[in-house]
Write a protein that binds this ligand. Structure first.
Ligand SMILES: Nc1ncnc2c1ncn2[C@@H]1O[C@H](COP(=O)(O)OP(=O)(O)O)[C@@H](O)[C@H]1O
Ligand SMILES: [Mg+2]
Length: 385
């Protein structure tokens, strides 16, 4: 897949941007706060329909304007797809709006969009994949799986819906010391919710486990390519409920809810299930989170994203677009060279950096885009070292 045109209107600091990206490397350079990350955020919004840096979608609308618009043409397997998203501030008493169009036709559901634009994004926030709470790692897996399997997105939304209902019931019950009449009346619903939770939870957990088994060897290879073969990087799935030997995922979940019923009622919350999953990231068998150096942590985060891209490629048959925000800072020269070498074998890349000397040759085919105060200019075309 590759992005053949990009147009931004009133997207953050970009009043208007029209870009015809290079099919291989697009090196977006320029000082801080010029809109480099904003450009990558806009492109990635085409994958999830949510700007990843915004707490509220409307933050992306340029200060003082009423709407923001992102349009890109994607070229994939000799087909062109036009994707756009528009955010509109509320007008006189109305509500704000978001409109998504594929080939100029409005689409309603996220499911109709996920998987169309295959892109993988690295940002400095991805250090959280290694160091942060389990939630970051679950989200990493889920976004990848949603791009691979629309069924995963559906299972995820079903699971979250049931979990919220079940938690509300447990909370009411716990607050009333187990005597709330309404909650008691809902007791039969509890059984239904638990059953549903087992059903969708099994779906999520099995897919996460299977994808991790395929991701792990890719990650190990990519990490070795970037950092040398001496370190072995491994992944292990840590399910919220681990099946006993011979037990299926569904049996394990059902057992946990059965045995933990009293605890759940006392605490007023669902204590078991894939919403408590985690992934262990291990360097030579030791937790990276505890023992990894700054450089190792950063390389691991980048390697996770590159391995994610390889996963999407295998299933989709074409390489996803790589969006790499500030991935060069804080990694040493040798690893930078290894990264360039890796990227030279991939598809289209957008890479931002504040430290590119415009006289320096590009490591492979591409364009240097110089950004300054919401303007962009191509500096060098197809200059190869
Ligand atoms: N909604 C918005 N309207 C206008 N400017 C914005 C908006 N949101 C962020 N910005 C500006 O964008 C700039 C940061 O852009 P960013 O892409 O993060 O820079 P960098 O080039 O360092 O990656 C800041 O100056 C910020 O004020
Ligand atoms: Mg930035």
């Amino acid at each position: 897949m590759r992005v053949t045109t990009v147009t931004l209107n009133n997207y953050r600091n970009w009043a208007r941007l029209t870009l015809t990206p290079h099919a291989r490397l697009n090196l977006v350079s320029g000082p801080n706060a010029q809109g480099k990350s904003n450009l990558l955020e806009a492109l990635y919004a085409l994958v999830t329909t949510r700007p990843y840096r915004a707490a509220r979608d409307l933050e992306v609308i340029r200060f003082g304007e009423d709407f923001a618009h992102v349009h890109a043409t994607l070229h994939s397997e000799s087909r062109e797809v036009s994707c756009e998203i528009a955010w509109q501030r509320a007008q006189a008493g109305g509500r704000h709006r978001k409109e998504i169009k594929v080939n100029r036709q409005p689409v309603q559901r996220l499911m109709d969009v996920f998987g169309l634009a295959r892109m993988v994004l690295f940002t400095p926030r991805d250090l959280q994949l290694v160091q942060g709470a389990p939630e970051f790692r679950r989200q990493f897996l889920d976004i990848m799986l949603c791009q691979l399997h629309p069924a995963h997105l559906y299972a995820l939304s079903q699971y979250q819906k049931v979990l919220a209902e079940r938690n509300r019931w447990l909370r009411t019950l716990a607050a009333s010391g187990g005597t709330s009449r309404a909650a008691a009346q809902d007791a039969s619903m509890h059984e239904v919710w638990t059953e549903q939770l087992v059903r969708w939870g099994t779906d999520l957990s099995d897919r996460r486990r299977a994808s991790l088994e395929r991701l792990a060897p890719k990650l190990e290879r990519v990490y070795a390519q970037l950092c040398g073969k001496t370190d072995h990087l491994g992944l292990r799935y840590l399910p919220g409920v681990a099946p006993e030997p011979g037990e299926s995922t569904a049996e394990a979940l059902a057992r946990a809810y059965r045995n933990g019923a009293r605890d759940e009622r006392a605490r007023g919350v669902t204590l078991f299930g894939p919403h408590r999953d985690d992934i262990a990231i291990l360097l030579d068998g030791r937790a990276m989170k505890l023992y990894g150096s700054q450089g190792q942590t950063r390389s691991t985060a980048i390697a996770l994203r590159l391995a994610e891209a390889e996963m999407l490629e295998r299933d989709g048959g074409h390489a996803p677009v790589l969006l790499l925000d500030d991935c060069l800072s804080e990694i040493d020269e040798r690893r930078q060279v290894a990264l360039w070498e890796y990227l030279s074998m991939r598809g289209q890349v957008f890479l931002t950096t504040s430290g590119w000397d415009s006289s320096r040759a590009l490591p492979f085919d591409g364009t240097v885009w110089h950004t300054k105060a919401g303007r962009i200019q191509s500096m060098v075309d197809a200059c190869v070292a």
